[in-house]
Structure formats: C-alpha cells, structure tokens
Design a protein around this ligand. Sequence first.
Ligand code: PLP
Length: 391
Amino acid sequence: MLYEDERDRPERTGKRPETWAARGLGWIDEDSRSFVEPIITGTTYLRDQNYALHKERNYTRDVNPIYERTEAVLRKLENGKEAKLYASGAAATGCVFQALDSGDHVVSPESSYFGTRKWLMEVGVRHGISHTFYRNNDLAALAAAIQPGKTRLVWVESPANPTWEVTDIRAAAKLAHDAGAILAVDNTVPTPVLTRPLDLGADLSVHSATKYLAGHNDVMAGAIVSASDDHPLWVKARDLRWIAGPVLGPFETWLLQRGMRTLFLRVERQCANALAFARHFDGHPKLEAVAYPGLQSHPDHSVASAQMIGGYGGMVSVRVKGGLEGAKRCVAAMRLFFPATSLGGVESLVEHRKIVEGEDSPVPEDLLRLSIGIENVDDLVEDLERGLSAV
Ligand code: PLP
C-alpha cells in the first residue's frame, strides 16, 4: 500500500535514503501541523454510517497510523513492496518460520543469531519443519544443503553473529530460486544503510529493529520487508501478526520511528569507529584474532566490499589469548564498554557470547563480541587496551 503523503508530496519526501529516514518521509499531521508523529493509543476505530472501515483500519492488533508510517519508511529504505513491524526480531523471524508447513525444509547458517538456530532446533522440529545448517561463507555448502522440492526457505545472516562472515546474497538468491525456495536475509547488522538484500535478489529482509534501527537500547522491535505483496509465504508471515498477535504497540513504534531518523548518522559513525578500532587491534600481541569484514585479513573482505554500501558495520569480535580465563579477565578490567547483551545502540557493549549462549554454543570461549557505539573511538581503544593489559 502506498503511503499517501509519499504519493502526494514527493518534494517533501526527498529523493535520497538519508532524507527519507531523517524526515520520516516528510509526513505532517494536517490537523496540528506537527511533523513529529503523534501516538494513537486507541485500540479500535470508528466505522462510518455504512459500517465501512475508515482507511481499512479495524483494530490495532492489525493497524495503527504510526505502524503504517514507520513501515512506509522501512519499505522505502529497503526498496520493498510491503513492510510489517513485529513485537521483536525473534517474533519477526518466528512469523517467517511459522508461515512454513509441516514437511518443509529450511537451510540456515551455522553461524547466526543463536535464537534463530534455537527456533529451528527446538520449535521447528516439533512442528515437522526440518533444517540443515551450512557453513556461512561457503556457497558450495549452501548449494549442497538445499533439497530441491523440499527446501522452501533459505536463510542468510550477513554479516553473521559473531564472527561476521559475509554471504554473497545475490549468489544465495540464485541458489534458492533455482530450487524453488525463497531467500530471507537477516539484515539486522548492516541495516539498509549498508546492505539492501531485496535489491540483490532476496525475497524478505528481516530485522531485529531493537538494534541499529531503533539505536538506543530502549525498545524491543522487529520488522520484515518483502519484495512481493502476494508471495504466499510472505502473505502468511504478514497475516500471522494479526492472527497470532506479536504486535509492536504504538509507544514502541514511536520510539522506533524516532530512532530511525538518526539511523544514517549513527551507522556511519559506528562504521568509522569500528574500522579504526579493528585496525588498531589487528595483530595485537594479546589477541589470537580480530574478526571484522572491513579488515583485509577477514576471509570475506572482498565479498563485503562488493556487497556492502559505504562501510562494514559496527560489530567487531576479538579472540583473546588465554582462552576462557583470558577473555573473562579482559572484560572484568574494562570500564567503558558495558558488559551486556545486545548490539547496535549508541553505547558500546562487550559480550562473552559463549557464556550468554550456553554450553552447546559453537562460539569459541575466547571470543568477545563488541558492539561499537558512537563514542570517541580513542576512549574505546583505551578501554580494550586496559582489558588486555589484565590478561
Ligand atoms: N537477529 C539478530 C542478528 C540478532 O542479533 C537478534 C538479537 O540479538 C535477533 C535477530 C532477535 O531480535 P530481538 O532480540 O529483537 O528479538
């Protein structure tokens, strides 16, 4: 559905993504003349004298003016046909998987947000949805994992948690489509600032909007943008929002759309900080390795350079010498990075993923995941140096 202000006032919307995001597509409230979104808290909407709906709005589990406008911005940034917000990234991912039928097969990366793997291993199998995990940056392994006629969904996360492998989305889309499957990309980490999966042939772009899109560690949200408005799998995932009810809510949507206005500024700063940070620590005597796709030493640097637009993201992982104990000593000595889970906010965070994910996690125990924020990068470098000096 076209956003009516976008149709009516292209000169107010702007022509470029930074402008679309900064101005929320230039929407204004005609009644108050405010260009700041009002929050409509009502859960239900009046019908007219003929008992017809006004603007198709029935009930807020399905529609709310602020959902529509925030979805319009995301849809435009991702160059999609439709977008929907969900209660969290996990809810958005779950709705894609729940759109599958019993007997369907999913191909998904070995390295990914661990909740995505958990869904397939713990929920999917109970509902007759099977899966095969492929090695992230290995297109031959992805091709071998696909079972033509049975695989209905190929999942890509790129760059992927927590070692930031980059998958060639165009190649993955071709492999999926040749086998009659669709391609969904978890675009949480790059955001549409750095990667637009639908332009590369993906069918769905899925987000934990809790991260960079909202950007302030103060709201949990999810989103899916679809290249099609009638693909049966998308229609089911879309309709699951009102059928199953994982809806975002107007206050949370307000925070998300407010955060998205500074998306480009934040991501640009996070990319610059992360690159300088990764370069500083690359080859550090207290580190086994630094994983960042912007480093020439990263195995997927050339794919990342071809696929990502203007930067490599704000996520860096380091492997500390001295194993689990070394990594723990390092975090304990750090003072500036907050030791907390999540990513993509303005404050830098450090995480020991193996401890967060549990014993079964394939993440190496010497790995620390760093979400680089918008602080002065010299302060961030000094903090990890402080941590490493305790190792
Ligand atoms: N996808 C990625 C890449 C994530 O990092 C996360 C959460 O950390 C999720 C999905 C799940 O999102 P949420 O925490 O908003 O449910």
